[in-house]
Write a protein that binds this ligand. Structure first.
Ligand SMILES: NC(=O)C1=CN([C@@H]2O[C@H](COP(=O)(O)OP(=O)(O)OC[C@H]3O[C@@H](n4cnc5c(N)ncnc54)[C@H](O)[C@@H]3O)[C@@H](O)[C@H]2O)C=CC1
Ligand SMILES: C[C@@H](CO)CCC[C@@H](C)[C@H]1CC[C@H]2[C@@H]3[C@H](O)CC4=CC(=O)CC[C@]4(C)[C@H]3CC[C@]12C
Length: 369
């Protein structure tokens, strides 16, 4: 993968390339990776916007496939220089079964690793999550922590469990010999809560606010801080680390990096209001309107209803015991590891990230603007 002033030569594969983060990674690669010859986008569901990308100078190959199917993954990986594995089942609401979450996130990742080994692909970037660390089931705060901060990472929920297992597999695979005898170089990026254009939960909060006459009601104390990171910066970090993996294999191989930028530390709800406020919504209450014990009860009730209704319909509200615990626990990172190891600086300032997100909300169908 030596730098070349001649024709672009690299083949990249992005799994989950049609998802919220995946789309930003795909577009960022096309904009900022001049050595790209072919970009393969592998996803269970291919999006229509892929078509417009096919008219550019880079060969864009859309592959409809399932990461749980080893042969499909191997076929997609064969001949790629770099794999960015973002595909995953992001479910903390009980929409999918624990088995399905495990299958997609753990077996899917295993398939990607084995495909790299079998086909001779040497560089693998995995999209992990802050959830690999915490918040843990004991609700311990993680305050301005970094990659080396001690924390009791104990999980029960299928999503963080699956992300932790998958991350472990990826890091453990670093150094394995791939076909041809060269070592596999892997690393894992751990975004905190991602926001930006295409963020489904932001969409849900916005629509809920519109239904409630332009109001949202504070449920979580403003003092509980959440780490958030703009999707464009997360994508940029993926592109940058993928580019640097060969040159700095000894330093980056087997490492984990939190994804961070200059987004302010705020409570989940106050942070969302940075975008929803300028779009006409108001957060009612300076303190939570309901006592915490009542929220715990409602969350438990939602879990019970989900279980009771499962044979008839899928009831999966935002509030459940797990999301309440995460929303109610401080989890913020403060690190410069990515800057030290591979020169990462956020591409988008907080002001730009905020403006882009606001414009996206304003353009949403049914918007109050
Ligand atoms: N959204 C967030 O706040 C965070 C997300 N992450 C991680 O980032 C990655 C991307 O997440 P998002 O973009 O938010 O989710 P998303 O759901 O928008 O994107 C995931 C993509 O993976 C695809 N996919 C799912 N199952 C698949 C399968 N069996 N085979 C092939 N493709 C499959 C989906 O079709 C989708 O396009 C995930 O690995 C997630 O764990 C990490 C931290 C925070
Ligand atoms: C109690 C509700 C009252 O308004 C608020 C509920 C908000 C929750 C739905 C979100 C609060 C924190 C979010 C999670 C966090 O950003 C970390 C995540 C990382 C991931 O890898 C996947 C998504 C998520 C688990 C994210 C999911 C939504 C929240 C729990």
């Amino acid at each position: 993968m030596a730098e070349s002033a001649q024709a672009p030569e690299l083949v990249y594969l992005v799994t989950g390339g049609c998802g919220f983060l995946g789309e930003h990674v795909v577009r960022m690669l096309l904009e900022r990776e001049p050595r790209l010859r072919e970009l393969r986008i592998f996803d269970l569901h291919l999006s229509p916007w892929l078509e417009e990308l096919k008219t550019g100078p880079v060969q864009v190959t859309a592959i409809q496939g399932d990461v749980t199917q080893a042969q499909e993954v191997t076929a997609a990986v064969a001949g790629a220089h770099v794999v960015i594995h973002t595909a995953g089942l992001v479910d903390v609401f009980g929409r999918a079964s624990p088995e399905t979450i495990h299958k997609v996130n753990v077996w899917g990742t295993k398939n990607v690793i084995e495909a790299c080994v079998q086909t001779g692909t040497q560089f693998l970037v995995y999209t992990s999550s802050m959830e690999v660390v915490g918040p843990n089931i004991k609700g311990h705060p993680f305050y301005r922590g970094n990659e080396d901060t001690p924390y009791e990472a104990v999980h029960k929920h299928p999503y963080p469990c699956s992300k932790a297992l998958a991350e472990h597999l990826v890091l453990e695979a670093n150094g394995r010999k791939v076909r041809g005898g060269l070592p596999l170089v892997t690393c894992a990026l751990r975004p905190t809560g991602i926001y930006g254009e295409g963020h489904q939960i932001m969409r849900d909060f916005y629509r809920q606010g519109l239904r409630l006459g332009g109001r949202l009601f504070r449920a979580i104390p403003a003092s509980v801080e959440h780490g958030r990171v703009y999707v464009g910066n997360v994508a940029w970090m993926h592109v940058l680390v993928a580019r640097e993996l060969e040159q700095r294999a000894a330093l980056l191989g087997g490492q984990v990096y939190f994804c961070y930028d200059k987004s302010p530390y705020k409570s989940y709800e106050d942070f969302n209001m940075e975008f929803l406020g300028p779009c006409g919504l108001r957060l009612v209450g300076t303190r939570p309107l309901l006592p915490y014990w009542l929220l715990v009860l409602l969350a438990a009730l939602n879990a019970l209803l989900q279980w009771l209704l499962r044979p008839l319909l899928l009831y999966a509200p935002l509030l459940n015991p797990y999301t309440l615990a995460v929303a109610n626990t401080t989890f913020t990172v403060s690190t410069n590891k990515a800057q030290r190891h591979f020169g990462y600086e956020p591409l988008f300032s907080w002001e730009e990230s905020r403006t882009r997100t606001i414009l996206w909300v304003q353009a949403m169908e049914g918007s109050a603007q």
